[in-house]
Design a protein around this ligand. Structure first.
Ligand SMILES: Cc1cc2nc3c(=O)[nH]c(=O)nc-3n(C[C@H](O)[C@H](O)[C@H](O)COP(=O)(O)OP(=O)(O)OC[C@H]3O[C@@H](n4cnc5c(N)ncnc54)[C@H](O)[C@@H]3O)c2cc1C
Length: 430
């Protein structure tokens, strides 16, 4: 592997995190820790530029530098690392999908999560505490059984529990709810949570260590195209000429795509997240409601972390509205009435790039040397490792990775949708 080091990097020796370094630093009064990544300045040219320093962009840069010999790489981020959805999500990771286009991709992601902390030498607090998708009637049980069987056929773990077994594992749910009685759950025990912003920091640090320039406060304002191929980007910190460009800007996909004349099958919607006051350990897994959209887990600090539906109208405002707050809380209380006594401490919003079938896009664009990664809808956090891994493969080799081959841009024109959610071409129904 050939990695060009820059002057600023030669001065900067990223330290290895270990029990030994924690003990040594403790003895030195914690005065010796070095910054996790350099504050790189933009160079006039890069072989590969990734637009967007969220989870997808940083993971792409890391896997490009780690596995592909593509020369000099930069990540251009308009704000600070973690300002986008990577630092705003409800931290759920899982691979309990049901369609052939999705299962192998999300399972690759789960396998990468399982080795991630060792791989990038960073504590991302990956916790495989299991996800329980609750079902409330016979038809839903049958559909969950189908999904579980599809998972098992792809080598993914899945279990279908009836209400008696579920009661033994999670006794505090409202099993006798008159409207939404609980009949059981589809369980993936390897699913769980990871600390969202630590994932961005860990990938940034690991990419930086391999020579990637991570340039914060550097907004891309234009994409230069000559003879049908990308030649450079205009940024708030000057023009940069490029060999290849990868767009990984999640909630800003349509805006950045438009800079290259792309009209994407994507709408932008706000999604909110909520955290209660810190409570004693209560919920030791991830639970989703089957009669509405509600999902919950408990953070290591004790806050109950939960969310529900997108706000349902197009917006770039990273804040939500009260009707959705009410809807999310109703779902939560129908599932576990005790939630009504917890005080809500914080809530925030993030922008989701919703595709017309609920599945992502990782593909070349009609513009030469311009590649697109986006349309992550509700699910891009769990996808972070595979999203970066497969996008790096696509950029370097100019052909899709086998597990991401279905995520083509032209599937919308050709009718090959991967409609996992079953809501069709209506993001506001997702
Ligand atoms: C409230 C909420 C809860 C969620 N819960 C989950 C969950 O539990 N599990 C799950 O799997 N997914 C979840 N998601 C979805 C997931 O967080 C996103 O799909 C995923 O983070 C998007 O990919 P990213 O990390 O690369 O995006 P981002 O972190 O949004 O990164 C994109 C980056 O691009 C930058 N950018 C934009 N425009 C430009 C420009 N012109 N120039 C330079 N940089 C630019 C932005 O500043 C941003 O940092 C949730 C999302 C939200 C909002």
């Amino acid at each position: 592997m050939c990695i060009t080091l820059h002057n600023s990097q030669e001065l900067f020796a990223p330290m290895r995190y270990s029990a030994f370094s924690v003990i040594t630093q403790a003895l030195r009064g914690h005065t010796g820790w070095t910054p996790a990544w350099r504050k790189a300045e933009p160079a006039p040219h890069y072989d590969v530029v990734i637009i967007g320093g969220g989870g997808g962009g940083l993971a792409t840069a890391y896997y490009l530098a780690r596995h592909h010999n593509v020369g000099r790489i930069a990540v251009l981020e308009k704000g600070w690392l973690g300002n986008g959805s990577i630092g705003r999500n409800t931290t759920i990771i899982r691979s309990n999908y049901g369609l052939p286009g999705n299962i192998p991709f999300y399972e690759l992601s789960m396998k990468l999560w399982e080795g991630l902390e060792q791989d990038i030498n960073y504590n991302a607090m990956v916790s495989q505490r299991g996800i329980f998708n609750i079902y409330h009637n016979d038809a839903q049980r049958d559909s969950y059984a189908r999904r579980g069987n599809a998972m098992l056929l792809h080598g993914v773990d899945a279990e279908l529990l009836d209400s008696a077994r579920l009661r033994r594992e999670i006794p505090y749910l409202d099993y006798e709810n008159a409207r939404f009685p609980i009949h059981g759950a589809l369980v993936q025990r390897r699913a769980g949570t990871a600390r969202h912003d630590a994932v961005a920091w860990g990938y940034a640090r690991a990419a930086d260590k391999l020579g990637v320039d991570i340039i914060e406060n550097c907004e891309v304002t234009g994409i230069d195209i000559e003879n049908g191929a990308v030649k450079g980007v205009q940024t708030t910190r000057g023009a940069i000429t490029v060999g290849k460009v990868g767009i990984a800007v999640a909630g800003a996909s349509s805006l950045v795509g438009a800079m290259a004349g792309l009209r994407l099958p994507i709408e932008s919607h706000a999604l909110q997240a909520f955290v209660t006051e810190g409570l004693k350990p209560l919920i030791d897994n991830v639970i989703t409601f089957g009669a509405g959209h509600f999902y919950i887990s408990q953070s290591d600090k004790g806050g109950l972390v939960f969310g529900g539906d997108i706000d349902g109208y197009n917006s770039y405002a990273a804040r939500g509205n009260l009707p959705t707050v009410e809807d999310v809380c109703e779902g939560g209380i129908a599932l576990m009435p005790m939630l009504g006594r917890a005080r809500l401490l914080r809530s925030w919003g993030g922008i989701m790039d919703m595709t017309m079938d609920g599945s992502p896009i990782i593909d070349k664009t009609p513009v030469g040397n311009l590649f697109f990664n986006g349309g992550w809808c509700y699910g891009g956090f769990k996808a972070t490792p595979a999203s970066g891994f497969c996008f790096a493969h696509l950029i370097a080799r100019e052909e899709p990775h086998a597990v991401a081959a279905a995520y083509r841009l032209d599937r919308f024109a050709e009718g090959r949708l991967i409609d996992e959610k079953g809501a069709g071409a209506q993001p506001n129904l997702h």
